[in-house]
Design a protein around this ligand. Structure first.
Ligand code: ADP
Length: 206
């Protein structure tokens, strides 16, 4: 079984994944696969360099994500050029990892964590979509505390992503993380317990 886990910036996806891993899930972090997607020598690397210019290749010979980010942020057409190159490759790497994980143990739960799950349409190959939501002001505060980013920059990133309402509309399971970490952990526990009950009874989430 494959669960797609998504949510906005600093919503609590990594915290949730870590907990689900403790409960026995096999977690795939699509953000990490995103880095691998354009390693030097790959087709995606060449396509990104060709499309965005040699300046996106850093002194170390790798794609400089900061420079690349600066070229696409706030420019939907440029961003689409990038996602058209990178998303199919991330999807391919993800499918390979899912297949390997399920070949090892067909009964395990694979949690696929991806910030852009719904935008990229990867939810089409999951059994359930779980969404972590957090009030935007709280997300800004947590992102600033974690990454030391400028609050205005975080705000504009949140504004450019799907809203909580849009994510909720497409979710099978919604987990709110606007409260304390303790509250979040108990919601994660309840969500995983409910999943185990559903799996035992072979019932869908909704
Ligand atoms: P994401 O993976 O969605 O970006 P994280 O799980 O990394 O989100 O959470 C963002 C930051 O907020 C992290 O530093 C995390 O430790 C912190 N955090 C998550 N949930 C809470 C909470 N309920 N209360 C306080 N801090 C939290």
């Amino acid at each position: 079984m494959i669960i797609g886990l998504t949510g906005g910036i600093a919503s609590g996806k990594s915290t949730a994944s870590k907990y689900f891993a403790e409960r026995g899930a096999y977690v795939i972090d699509s953000d990490k696969l995103g880095h691998r997607a354009y390693e030097p020598g790959t087709e995606a690397f060449a396509a990104v360099a060709r499309t965005f210019g040699p300046e996106v290749v850093g002194a170390d010979g790798r794609i400089d994500r900061k420079v690349l980010g600066g070229k696409v942020f706030g420019r939907p057409e440029e961003l689409k050029k990038l996602t058209d190159i990178v998303w199919p490759e991330i999807r391919r790497l993800t499918q390979l990892e899912i297949q390997a994980a399920l070949a090892e143990d067909p009964d395990r739960v694979v949690v696929l964590e991806a910030a852009v799950m719904l935008e990229a349409g990867w939810n089409r190959s999951t059994d359930e979509v779980w969404v972590v939501i957090v009030e935007p002001d709280i997300a800004v505060a947590r992102a600033v505390a974690r990454d030391g980013l400028d609050p205005a920059a975080v705000r504009s990133r949140i504004a450019s992503q799907l809203s909580n309402a849009e994510r909720i509309a497409r979710a099978d399971v919604v987990i709110d993380n606007s409260g304390t970490l303790e509250e979040f952990m108990s919601r994660l526990e309840a969500a995983w317990d409910a999943l185990e009950t559903r799996r035992a009874a072979q019932e869908p989430a909704r």
